[in-house]
Design a protein around this ligand. Structure first.
Ligand code: FES
Length: 76
């Protein structure tokens, strides 16, 4: 995990609850970190956050998705 960037998401809300990007995110995302992107596989979610994944591969790219994660939905 942390090698393919397929889980790259833009944080819409709740970024203040996330830890600083780790070395894998820095390596994979580069300048996109400054645009609010994170690697979802590298995040340990303890608070509600809202993510948008707008670089989905075809055919899912036709509809950009928004995902909201809640702590109670992951059993934390
Ligand atoms: S970087 Fe590959 S699943 Fe997150």
């Amino acid at each position: 995990m942390g090698k393919c960037s397929k889980c790259a998401c833009r944080v819409i809300a709740g970024a203040e609850h996330l830890p600083p990007p780790n070395w894998k995110e820095k390596k994979q995302l580069g300048e996109r970190l400054e645009q609010g992107y994170r690697l979802a596989c590298q995040l340990w979610i303890e608070h509600d956050i809202e993510l948008a994944q707008d670089d989905l591969p075809a055919p899912a790219a036709a509809t950009a998705g928004t995902v909201a994660a809640a702590t109670d939905s992951v059993g934390a």
